[in-house]
Design a protein around this ligand. Structure first.
Ligand code: SF4
Ligand code: SF4
Length: 151
């Protein structure tokens, strides 16, 4: 008989406590990569440039409490998840659960290993450069795909 006590398998996103909700974030920071909009084609391009507030060492926001005021592109997934789904990687835990899918085996809640997201090569810290080190005119040179691609 399967013993099922994992909150992410038994609760909907709306039913989760704040702590449970926050623990769903695997810390990949892929949602913190700068996007560029092409007004002619309406395409959104993804770069390998991380938001200026992302600490690339820890892959965490350096000012999480004030992030929404400090960075216009920052997303509040708790209130706006359904509108933001297309801006999230397919591997994002919030997107997976919203779509009725299971968390990946490397998700820290599943693996019980906080480093598994890095070991699986999912973390943006593996390939991103900081916005602070890039001139805005160089952003186009850092495009790594469009958001309609498998990101
Ligand atoms: S993409 Fe999803 S899982 Fe990854 S850091 Fe952003 S919110 Fe967390
Ligand atoms: S403000 Fe923080 S959470 Fe928001 S995109 Fe930048 S690094 Fe990520």
């Amino acid at each position: 008989m399967k013993h099922n006590s994992n909150f992410w398998e038994t609760k909907s996103l709306n039913e989760m406590s704040d702590d449970e909700w926050e623990s769903l974030c695997d810390g990949c920071a892929r949602c913190c990569l700068v996007k560029l909009a092409d007004e002619d084609s309406n395409k959104i391009y993804l770069t390998n440039v991380a938001c200026k507030l992302l600490d690339l060492e820890t892959c965490r926001c350096s000012d999480y409490a004030h992030r929404l005021k400090a960075v216009p592109m920052c997303m509040n997934l708790k209130t706006d998840l359904s509108e933001m789904l297309d801006y999230l990687p397919e591997s994002c835990a919030y997107r997976l659960l919203h779509e009725g899918k299971s968390l990946e085996s490397w998700h820290p809640l599943v693996s019980t290993n906080p480093d598994s997201v890095h070991e699986a090569g999912i973390s943006a810290g593996e390939f991103a450069v900081s916005e602070q080190a890039i001139h805005p005119e160089q952003l186009e040179q850092h495009i790594i795909g469009s958001l309609s691609d498998d990101n």
